[in-house]
Ligand binder design. Structure first.
Ligand code: PLP
Length: 401
């Protein structure tokens, strides 16, 4: 008898489980809109040309070895990542007030930041938006923080519940941590305007709330790396402290390479140095040091201006294809005369559309049309193509009429 014979079967991950179900479906019509990964018009995963080039350079460089990286990761990668998110001319960087550590993609960066805060920050509460990426509450709870939510989305307008957000942050425990999606909020695709960000910033600074940005989609949302980092830069420009978790999964297509960074902007270089010394104590017993290959790809691209430019063009092409899928889906529903206001499809931003379809409608579309998505009605625009838009529009039309 196994010592584990009483172990219970765990449920599938609500997001990754969609793909498990999709893979089992034998229908040629099947479409997977659950997965948070970019697909081409042909429905294929994409490796960027500039990534292939960087890998070629790395392979051809005989001086490269496979030694361990330092606990904090590849130094070049860290510097370049901070520049990418805060801006090359960021005073915080020039004043050496930023410490950056390479982590295991966005998830690992959030976890390391969470563990550091649980150990060293006086207020253990983190407020996350309602709704948010399903992994957030689990990451921060396991890191040792106490998770609360703030209102974010208004189902009646399929837009931002700005009043609710302001009320909840006003009522938040002073000094608490607040998780903010830097852009392309997942799952809603709803972002505050620049004016609204400014109000959020003022409120948070006046209450001493600590911003923790999750930046998983820089450049992928609007096609512009600078525009998508604007929220973060507003909080850094006021001289206050701030956390940022970066992922290169989407914007460089490096999903499986697990490459990301955690940056902590501090008040002084002295504090930043001590913070970094403590981050090492968090990381060492967790995984010792991060992997070298993905970070080397990123550093190669970011430090070479020609490759950097090529990357921004490929990035914009991905963002543009997603934006065009929004328009095509919206048009297809208009053509069908599908009841309801579907303008949120073109107003929302980033990889996902929060359709407003309920779980019964989603189940119906999966059963009858072989369309797979999370039960909250979130669809990945990156998983759509001109070929599959009509099929999806048919399904939505029937589901809601
Ligand atoms: N944060 C958000 C909001 C995300 O949507 C994702 C990925 O889906 C991540 C973080 C982290 O992804 P990864 O760990 O693959 O970088």
């Amino acid at each position: 008898l196994s010592v584990f014979s009483n172990i219970a079967q765990a449920p599938e991950d609500p997001i990754l489980g969609v793909t498990v179900a999709f893979n089992k479906d034998q229908s040629p019509l099947k479409v997977n809109l659950g997965v948070g990964a970019y697909r081409t018009e042909e429905g294929k995963p994409l490796v960027l040309n500039v990534v292939r080039k960087a890998e070629q350079l790395l392979v051809n460089d005989q001086s490269r070895v496979k030694e361990y990286l330092p606990i904090t990761g590849l130094a070049d990668f860290n510097k370049l990542s901070a520049k990418l998110i805060f801006g090359a001319d960021s005073p915080a960087i020039q004043e050496s007030r930023v410490t950056t550590v390479q982590c295991l993609s966005g998830t690992g960066s959030l976890r390391v930041g969470g563990e550091f805060l649980a150990r060293h920050y006086h207020e253990r509460t983190i407020y996350i938006p309602q709704p948010t990426w399903g992994n957030h509450p689990k990451i921060f709870t396991l890191a040792g923080l106490s998770v609360k939510t703030y209102r974010y989305y208004d189902p009646s307008t399929r837009g931002l519940n700005f009043q609710g957000l302001l009320e909840d942050l006003t009522a938040a425990t002073p000094g608490a941590i607040v998780l903010l999606h830097a852009c392309a909020h997942n799952p809603t695709g709803v972002d505050p305007t620049v004016d609204q960000w400014e109000q959020i910033r003022r409120l948070m600074r006046s209450k001493g709330l600590l911003p923790f940005f999750d930046s998983a989609y820089q450049g992928f949302a609007s096609g512009s790396l600078d525009a998508d980092a604007q929220s973060v830069r507003m909080f850094v420009a006021d001289g206050g402290e701030c956390f940022a978790a970066q992922s290169y999964a989407k914007n460089m297509g490096l999903y499986g390479e697990r490459v990301g960074a955690l940056s902590i902007v501090c008040k002084s270089a002295d504090v930043a140095g001590r913070v970094e010394s403590q981050l090492k104590l968090v990381i060492r017993p967790m995984y010792s040091n991060p992997p070298i290959h993905g970070a080397s790809i990123v550093a190669t691209i970011l430090k070479n201006s020609e490759m950097y430019n090529e990357w921004t063009m490929e990035l914009k092409a991905m963002a543009d294809r997603i934006i065009s899928m929004r328009q095509q889906l919206f048009d297809a529903l208009q053509t069908r005369g599908t009841p309801g206001d579907w303008s949120h499809i073109i107003k929302q931003i980033g990889m996902f559309t929060f359709t407003g379809l309920n779980s019964e409608q989603v189940a119906f579309m999966t059963k009858e049309y072989h369309i797979y998505m999370t039960s909250d009605g979130r669809i990945s625009m990156a998983g759509l193509s001109s070929r599959t838009v009509p099929h999806l529009a048919d399904a939505i039309h029937v589901a809601v009429t």
